[in-house]
Design a protein around this ligand. Sequence first.
Ligand code: HGY
Ligand code: MN
Ligand code: MN
Length: 422
Amino acid sequence: MTARLPALNQAGLGVRAQAMLAELGAISSDPQRLVRLFLTPEHRRAADLVARWMREAGMSASEDALGTVRGRWTPPGGSGTRRLLIGSHIDTVVDAGKYDGPLGVVAGILAVEAIAKSGASLPIGLDVLAFGDEEGSRFTATLTSSSACAGVFDPTALAATDSEGVTLADALRAYGKDPAAIGQCAYARAEAAAYIEVHIEQGPVLEAQDRPLGIVTAIVGQTRMRATVTGMAGHAGTVPMPMRRDALAGAAEMILAVERIAQQNAADAMVATVGRIEASPGAVNVIAGRVGFTVDLRTATDALRHAAIAQIREAAARIAERRKLDVAFEIFHDTPTTPCDPRLQDMLQAAIEDLGHAPLRLPSGAGHDAQVMAGLCPAAMMFVRCRDGISHNPAEHASPQDMGAAVAALAGFIARFAQAQG
Ligand code: HGY
Ligand code: MN
Ligand code: MN
């Protein structure tokens, strides 16, 4: 039987979480904005800081072949053969906020520390996982570190390159890891009892309903692809308009088609984003001969998403034909819509209600490592209210009060989950 946890000092936990996130948020490759990419010197510094926090909280800390920092707590006298996994990511987007990702790692460390200090004897061990590649901001691959933990790492991702042409394999070796050891990252199914992730909502719903905490019902699927439009570079002053094969003007028309298709399907919560574009040769007086741009598409169901991808390809092909261009698409990421485990959702509900809060259940429009970990074991997510729903933006913010409540709810969830293990 798990001893009931003593009431936790939520205010104190929230202040600690805020200080830890500020310290972690100061580790950036850019002094003007938060950028912390996978397998960079900033990732190394962040991983070392997180490992130190894990040890100070009473865990052992190690790293796997993808650079995931693994904090491990085994109950006194316990075998820890089965473990509850608590994870999130410590990499960021470009010009990021401090909470997206790191909040889940900090909340896990503080919750495990509270459990360890309470002297509760759990029948399971607790692992806190700090993933280094959830955003996919550096390589044309994403969710690689949680994929390795879940035993579904795609080895073709090792050839994915960053903007400098560095492959994932080379970056791993430069980081001191051995790609040949990636297979050893995988948890055995018998060992992974469940996975739980705490994350800011990154949307406005909890704030609009005045709820500090939410329970994720499902995580929307997403497709990411890269379009390459090829035309003919030429002199900006001498090529008459009717004779041009302008790859940038053609890409612009295709990008508007992407937006139009998503707008036409807004009722199905379809969102499409072209977040990155490169034109070459990129000179002011040269007609662009080649353009690359990315598409990120998400919607309520997998069937709708795949139908929309086909629509985008068809629209781009028509534009290319009319403009005497070539266009090719390469899908580099495709995750299905992932339901969260109903039993874990109910345990989260009870743990949040124990604190006197009325949780809201809602889907996640953002992708998360939980999508991958759900293939390994039952997975669930708890959302924390964020100011104005802002995320992927330095204005991102969660209050110390809400973060303290999230840590206490997570600790309560852990106690309930452990108790249910018999
Ligand atoms: O893109 C996403 O949904 C997540 O932030 N990586
Ligand atoms: Mn994100
Ligand atoms: Mn995230």
